[in-house]
Design a protein around this ligand. Structure first.
Ligand SMILES: Nc1ncnc2c1ncn2[C@@H]1O[C@H](COP(=O)(O)OP(=O)(O)OP(=O)(O)O)[C@@H](O)[C@H]1O
Ligand SMILES: [Mg+2]
Length: 175
């Protein structure tokens, strides 16, 4: 991450007043190497989730760059974007928002492989990942509302692990 900044335009307080600006991220620099774990600590509203959206390519930074393997995520071209989308996965702060309530867990787990067009033995991969997070395979037929918060979080982690990411971003996964 190089010199990353983000400013949000807030709503006007008065009809003709200029829109107030909120500088959420201010010239952030850091790098993560293979095998490294990096913790980011900050008070509520300090911009941790905002940074996560940029690290996963969901939101484009106003200034600065997010690089994967030394290449800018936004200007690196289609092949690199595809590699990046597969390699960087996220576990969201609220697991319920990352799982479709109408979809069986098994279908939700397969979804990343479908959308990323990853080939291979998907059924075997699902069982492998489920085992990694310590859930039984009968979870596959059930719906999100049938799980506890902690179990659901493990499903969200399993979903993030499905494509075999190189980088796993966890936005307060135990909150
Ligand atoms: N799209 C947006 N437009 C305007 N302001 C935003 C937008 N997204 C986030 N903010 C503001 O940016 C600030 C940072 O929010 P963010 O969610 O990144 O904080 P956080 O560090 O993850 O907090 P928490 O620990 O509570 O999860 C907050 O003040 C929030 O209100
Ligand atoms: Mg947050």
């Amino acid at each position: 991450v190089r010199q990353l900044s983000q400013v949000y335009n807030l709503n006007r307080q008065k009809l003709f007043a200029p829109r107030p600006k909120l500088k959420v991220l201010d010239s952030i620099d850091f790098s993560v190497r293979p095998g490294e774990a990096v913790g980011l600590v900050g008070e509520s509203g300090s911009g941790k989730t905002t940074l996560t959206r940029m690290l996963t390519g969901v939101e484009r930074p106003g200034e600065g760059q997010v690089l994967y393997d030394g290449v800018d995520v936004w200007t690196g071209g289609e092949a690199h974007k595809k590699l990046f989308r597969r390699s960087v996965q996220v576990v969201l702060q609220n697991p319920r928002s990352s799982l479709d309530p109408r979809m069986r867990v098994g279908t939700s787990l397969l979804e990343p492989l479908r959308s990323l067009r990853i080939e291979g033995d998907h059924a075997a991969r699902v069982l492998e990942v489920l085992d990694q997070v310590g859930l039984d395979k009968n979870a596959l037929e059930r719906f999100p509302h049938e799980f506890s918060g902690g179990q659901l979080q493990r499903i969200a982690i399993a979903r993030a692990l499905m494509p075999g990411p190189k980088v796993l971003i966890a936005d307060e996964p135990v909150s």
